[in-house]
Design a protein around this ligand. Structure first.
Ligand code: PLP
Length: 291
């Protein structure tokens, strides 16, 4: 089955889908995006993703390209046409193309230039996900060399790509960025959490230095329901290494245990019991969309 890609109003076979060579997303990373989890063919927590997309766009001076309801239809139709049962749906919005008369041009294109909107979806292997959840991942820490607006979900992801590659070379499944004070900001594509000695859940407060993750937000709802204590503060790498548990959250990994940080085992070196429990109950709170 050929994959189907939504590009600016049309659903096209993958091989026929594309964006222009003057697209600002390609030239400058002048674009934002969203990734939602799909379970049982349904999109999880669509509303917070679409709200965050609207915020990311507003922060870079763009309007949402269609109403949230219309965006939801594009997301669902892309999931349906690609027969995604368990997987992900991606939405990319760039500021459109530079005018051909000008060519590559830093300044924003003329008013009325349509944005580029692309939606793709794909299945992920259940076995692969379950294996990762079962084994946990190692993390490698890397100095945070990203820009000052990590709260915007921009497709300008070179720092994340390089960090992930470096982590992979070390056998780690995620990179954790660390600020100038030695405190963890977040993962290259996830939010970072620890469980301290008293059993409190600790994660960095949502500021401009991290992305306000949808899974982070949902997990906070789970903690409230379960009456577990949340502390929003930055933590050091050393503190994480001696924590009871550590894990990352993202829309695709949900709650993924971290079993090693820079080669040092966390707890007994196996996924923590609380992380596993939180993952198991996460979807009791997340909002499941329609088909
Ligand atoms: N932080 C970064 C840098 C990310 O790229 C992501 C997800 O891609 C997250 C956090 C987690 O966000 P979410 O829970 O919405 O997937």
């Amino acid at each position: 089955m050929s994959r189907i890609v939504y590009v600016n109003g049309r659903y096209l076979p993958h091989a026929e889908a594309g964006v222009g060579v003057l697209d600002r997303g390609f030239l400058f990373g002048d674009a934002v995006y969203e990734v939602c989890e799909v379970r049982g063919g349904r999109i999880i927590d669509e509303a917070p993703h679409v709200t965050r997309l609207g915020r990311s766009l507003a922060e870079i001076g763009m309007e949402i390209p269609m109403t949230p309801a219309a965006l939801g239809r594009v997301l669902r139709e892309t999931v349906r046409r690609n027969r995604v049962d368990l997987g992900m749906v991606f939405l990319q919005v760039s500021r459109g193309e530079c005018a051909r008369s000008k060519g590559r041009d830093f300044y924003f294109p003329e008013e009325g230039t349509p944005p580029t909107l692309v939606c793709t979806a794909r299945n992920v292997s259940r076995t692969t996900i379950e294996k990762r959840w079962g084994a946990g991942i190692a993390v490698k820490t890397i100095p945070d060399n990203r820009w000052g607006r990590c709260d915007i979900k921009t497709s300008m992801l070179l720092a994340a790509c390089l960090a992930k590659e470096e982590a992979k070379a070390d056998g780690a499944g995620e990179a954790w960025f660390v600020d100038a004070e030695g405190k963890v900001t977040e993962g290259a594509s996830s939010n970072a959490w620890i469980v301290d000695k008293e059993g409190r859940l600790v994660t960095r407060p949502a500021g401009r230095d991290i992305l306000r993750g949808t899974a982070r937000m949902r997990l906070i709802d789970v903690l409230k329901r379960e009456k577990l204590e949340l502390v929003e503060r930055a933590f050091t790498v050393e503190e994480a290494q001696s924590a009871r548990e550590a894990f990352v959250t993202s829309a695709t990994a949900i709650v993924l245990p971290v079993v090693k940080i820079d080669g040092r085992p966390i707890g007994n070196g196996a996924p923590g019991a609380l992380s596993e429990r939180l993952r198991a109950i996460f979807h009791e709170i997340a909002v499941v969309g329609e088909r």
